[in-house]
Design a protein around this ligand. Sequence first.
Ligand SMILES: [Ca+2]
Ligand SMILES: [Ca+2]
Length: 138
Amino acid sequence: MKLIISTILASFFLFSSPVNNVIKQDFENNKGQGCYLQLIGVECVSQEDYTGTDQIYIQVDGNTITNTFRISSGDYTNLTNLEPIYINGSVTITIWEYDWDPDDLLLKKVIDCSYKGAGEKWCSGTSDANYKLYYKVY
Ligand SMILES: [Ca+2]
Ligand SMILES: [Ca+2]
C-alpha cells in the first residue's frame, strides 16, 4: 500500500508542474511586427548657446513632434506626454537647437525594435553641448 501511495505521489509531482512552466511566452510581436518608442525625457547637461537658454525641438524622421521649448544647463524636461511612436524598421530621432543662423544638431539617434523590452535607456549627443535623451522601446 505504501508503495502505491508513493508511486501516486511521485507521478503527481512528475506530471504536475508550476503554471509558469506550462504557459509559454508570447513571441508574437518580437519579429517583424514593429514596436513602440516612448520618449521619456530630455536632460540638458550643458547647453549649446553661450548666452540665454537653449531653445530645442525634437524631430522623428525629419518631422517635428514638439514645440520649441527653452532648456538650460542642469534642466530636465519630461516628454512622457508625447504619443508613443510606432516603429516599423527604425526611426531617427534628432534634437535641434534653434538659432537665427542654421539650427544646431544636438543629438541624433537611430532606434529600432532591437531595443524592445530593454527598459528605460538613454543616449547622448555628440555636439559641443551635452544632451541626454531618455526613452524606452516596447
Ligand atoms: Ca545655438
Ligand atoms: Ca539658440
